[in-house]
Design a protein around this ligand. Structure first.
Ligand code: PBG
Length: 324
């Protein structure tokens, strides 16, 4: 029996941002209910939270994950909760993703002054985002926009619009909803026009390898909060990033969904200035809706999408491997 399941309490590691605490609290409550154990949040400050430097100079959004992982490996907590899109694709020695709960809204949302949309923003409007994918998607529809780099937590970002410094910002709908700030949304971008970051809207529960197996309270709780179709969908999306050897800051959107027995994956690679892009979509029919059959289908569609994107010249269009 692992240390985690032997003790009476499960310690859940989280970043300290309002968004991280909000989403970790939801997961912790579900784990408490499913395991019958008390849970406690352990807040871990990461370099990504304290530094004012750009994410690129810190080494990409992986800076958020690594401090949490160190705490998990040091047994300062028993499980950690990540925004899946901030989690690097490579396996981390000694750790596994034990569960992926049901995904929230995967779309991006525009939060603009005075109810404006991407079509009604004035010529040359200033729009904030720190994501190369969002920059390319915005410029592909509105080449006249002036893009401003954006960092900080969700409230800070929204404050740039209410403070009048920017006309709009683009944020993940899921984060806004989890913080009760969906009122700021003036337009949802459709996933078919603007596929979002692999894993966007989904969370990952990471545990020490072994704690996800067996009959322990933690293993059982992980199985009960895991959502098999979300888990398979984000696996396919992350396989695209890994297959293109791209980092989380590469200008790539990917979205998978499982609907009516069909596993569907579409991915788009953008030229950073938004003037060109390549898209590949593939579908598979999984043998069954269980985790194993869905994982096979996920890898199959991802492999076909990656092969097609590379054959079309994706590596020449965008700096894929720049930031890991
Ligand atoms: N990189 C920042 C980040 N990581 C996760 C979310 C929230 C939404 C989600 O769970 O995907 C956000 C904010 C944003 O992109 O607007």
């Amino acid at each position: 029996m692992s240390a985690a399941s032997a003790s009476g309490i499960l310690r859940v590691g989280t970043r300290g941002s309002a968004l991280a605490v909000a989403q970790t609290t939801v997961v912790a409550n579900a784990i408490a209910k499913a395991s019958g154990k008390d849970v406690e949040l352990v807040t871990i400050t990461t370099q990504g939270d304290t530094s004012r430097e750009s994410l690129a100079s810190l080494g990409g959004t992986g800076v958020f994950a690594s401090a949490l992982r160190d705490a998990l490996l040091a047994s300062e907590c028993d499980l950690i909760v990540h925004s899946l899109k901030d989690l690097p694709t490579g396996a981390h020695p000694g750790l596994v993703i034990g569960a992926v709960p049901r995904r929230a809204d995967a779309r991006d949302a525009l939060c603009a002054a005075e109810g404006m949309t991407l079509d009604t923003l004035p010529e040359g409007a200033r729009v904030g985002t720190g994501s190369p994918r969002r920059v390319a998607q915005l410029l592909s529809r509105r080449p006249d926009l002036q893009i401003a780099d954006l960092r900080g937590n969700v409230d800070t970002r929204l404050g740039r619009v209410t403070g009048g410094d920017l006309d709009a910002v683009v944020l993940a709908a899921a984060g806004l909803e989890r913080l009760g700030r969906a009122d700021a949304i003036t337009e949802y971008f459709s996933l078919s026009d603007a596929p979002t970051a692999p894993g966007q809207g989904a969370l990952a529960i990471e545990v020490r390898a072994g704690d996800e197996r067996g009959q322990g309270a933690l293993a059982k709780a992980l199985a009960s909060v895991d959502h098999v179709t979300t888990h398979a969908a984000v696996t396919a999306e992350r396989d695209v990033l890994a297959g293109l050897e791209a980092g989380c800051a590469a200008p790539i959107g990917a979205h998978a969904q499982i609907d009516d027995g069909l596993f569907f994956l579409t991915a788009t690679v953008y030229r950073p200035d938004g003037t060109d892009h390549l898209t590949s979509s593939h579908a598979a029919t999984p043998d069954g809706m269980n985790a194993r059959d869905l994982a096979v289908a996920a890898h199959d569609v991802a492999q076909r999408v990656v092969a097609e994107l590379l054959a079309l010249g994706a590596a020449d269009l965008a700096p894929l491997g720049g930031i890991r």
